[in-house]
Design a protein around this ligand. Structure first.
Ligand code: FES
Length: 116
């Protein structure tokens, strides 16, 4: 019988989603700003650090997260922290600081007012 008084345990400790949206109508999108490369780098670094898997970290692709004006973007749950990144060094810092050690990378936070 399940215990109904305690919340369910999260399958992953942290989950990061990268917008990889590619637009074909000429509008700006994260795919035009090396989002795929950032996603690949994150997956590689998470795996190399031994962080990948149940109870640890999951790196996922996402479609448009509707914050295109801040792109390229990624969001980390359960903290719901949004990042706007530029290069692979930024990704490495997110992996080491936030995904591994739970410390938010303040300098890469997406400005709160930027949406689509
Ligand atoms: S295209 Fe990436 S958030 Fe919309």
């Amino acid at each position: 019988m399940s215990d109904t008084t305690s919340p369910p345990t999260s399958y992953y400790e942290r989950h990061i989603f990268f917008c990889l949206n590619q637009r074909t109508n000429g509008e700006d999108c994260c795919a035009q700003h090396q989002a795929q490369e950032a996603f690949d780098r994150c997956k590689q670094q998470v795996k190399a650090a031994g962080l990948a898997g149940p109870g640890k970290v999951r790196v996922n692709k996402a479609g448009c997260l509707d914050r295109c004006a801040a792109g390229p973007v990624a969001v980390v749950y359960p903290e719901a922290v949004w990042y706007s990144f530029v290069d692979t060094q930024d990704i490495d810092e997110i992996v080491e600081s936030h995904l591994k050690n739970g410390k938010v990378v303040e300098r890469l936070l997406t400005p709160a007012h930027l949406g689509r």
